[in-house]
Structure formats: C-alpha cells, structure tokens
Design a binder for this molecule. Structure first.
Ligand SMILES: [Zn+2]
Length: 257
C-alpha cells in the first residue's frame, strides 16, 4: 500500500505543479517544454550570480576586445529577436576558453576564448550558442524539471506522514535551491545540441558564416587533444565528435555548408 500511496502523491504533486504553468510549446525548438517559471522570473537569482561573478573575477582591461564581444553579441541578439531587452557583455581576464549566459541577458566571455577564435564568425558561433540558451528558456526548463521532481518527492513524503502537503509553501521553499538549479548548473546534452542548432541559425541571419562554427569546434577539439584536457566550455558540453557530427548534418540539411 505504501507504494500506491507514494505513486498517488507523486501524481498529485506533479498535477499541481503542471497546473501552475503547464507545458508550453516553444516554436523555435519545435517541441513542448515544462515551464513552471520563465527566464524572466529567474532573472533575480541570475542577478545575484552575476554580481558574485563580477566581484570574484577580474574584468579585462582590453577595451577593444570587450567592444568586439559587444558588437558581435548585439548583431546576434538582434537576429534572434531579443534586442527588446537589456543585454550586458563582460570580457573577463581568464585564460580558460569559456563563455556563459545567465537569464536576464548577461553574457560573460573569457580572454582565453578570444585568443582561440580565428575570426568574428567563430566568436559569433560561441555567442550565438549562448544566446540560444536564452531563447530556448533552457534555464527555466531545467529549473522546472528539478522543481517538479522535488514536489513529487515532497508530496510522497507528505502522504506517508499522513498530512496534506502544502504545495504552495513547498514551491516557495524551492526558491533558494532554484537559484542554483536555474542559473548555475550545466545544461543537458539535449539543450547543448539545441543551442548549437539555433546558434548557427542566428549566425546566418546576422550575416556570419555558419560553417565557421564547425571550424571552431574542430579547433577546440584539437587543442583539447593536444592539452590532454578539454577547455571548460567543451567539458560541460556533449563530446566534440557528437556535436560536430550533429552540426554538420544540420548545416547540410539547411544548405548552410
Ligand atoms: Zn551551452
């Protein structure tokens, strides 16, 4: 009986969670998403994470480099239809080839990445990928799945204890965890491949050469092999062979190779 109770409570909790916002169809992705929150509601957590990042990392003095990031990023943001919101671009003094995006439109790029890209098109490949995570609401989706799982667990525990779980209170109590889950955790393999695809679409729309995305990943993979350790940007992503193959297939299917 305990097993049945648990299943019923989990279904109840998930149903309640689903009722908060249900599944949303994302046209850019061509699939449904479970969204209990949106990227905008994660913006406050993101703002805190961004402030911490600015406080604990060195901002580069390379003004030309920072301007380059802003210029390429702005073109892509416009191509993605997101120029209606404020974006912030910061170049960090850090030898690791890395870049990231936070909900609310914060983009960080390391000087180590600028040192690797061979042209603006390759920089656009990285920034297009990061901006795509925002369009796709990947952070909100990741948060929502984690929250739904927690609600299901909490609901099951409540049922076993003989009391009705207070779902509203539990959603609220996820706030602190959400800051971590929604903003700082790595994206899934599916999210990375989606961001790659959308990213090259934005490159093409903004007038950059999408095929340079493949040149960039090949270059990064070669460096990873030579150095014995993948760059940080790659290590949280699918294997370079997987992503290069997927990207080549997509570009070929769109006549962009
Ligand atoms: Zn990514």
């Amino acid at each position: 009986m305990v097993g049945r109770f648990r299943a019923a409570a989990a279904a109840l909790a998930l149903g309640a969670a689903g009722g908060l916002a249900a599944c949303a169809y994302n046209e850019e992705l061509g699939r449904n998403q479970l969204l209990l929150v949106n990227d905008a509601s994660l913006a406050q957590s993101a703002q805190q994470a961004w402030a911490q990042t600015l406080a604990s990392n060195r901002v580069s003095q390379d003004r030309a480099g920072a301007e380059r990031v802003r210029r390429v990023g702005s073109r892509l943001v416009e191509a993605a239809g997101l120029s209606d919101r404020p974006w912030e671009y910061v170049l960090f003094e850090n030898p690791q080839a890395n870049a990231f995006v936070l909900p609310g439109g914060k983009i960080g790029v390391n000087t180590g990445l600028l040192a690797i890209v061979e042209n603006d098109d390759q920089l656009a490949a990285v920034l297009g990928h990061e901006i795509a995570h925002t369009v796709a609401q990947h952070a909100a989706e990741r948060y929502s799945h984690a929250a739904a799982t927690q609600l299901a667990i909490a609901g099951a525990q409540g049922a076993l204890g003989g009391s009705n779980p207070d779902l509203g209170r539990q959603v609220a109590s996820l706030g602190g965890v959400g800051a971590q889950l929604g903003v700082l955790m790595p994206f899934s393999r599916q999210h990375e491949l989606e961001a790659d695809r959308l990213g090259v679409d934005y490159m093409a729309r903004a007038g950059y050469r999408p095929a340079e995305a493949i040149a960039l990943w090949r270059n990064m993979a070669a460096r990873a092999q030579a150095g014995g350790r993948p760059p940080q940007f790659l290590s949280t992503h699918p294997s370079e062979a997987t992503r290069i193959a997927a990207l080549e297939q997509y570009l070929a299917s769109r006549g962009m190779l």
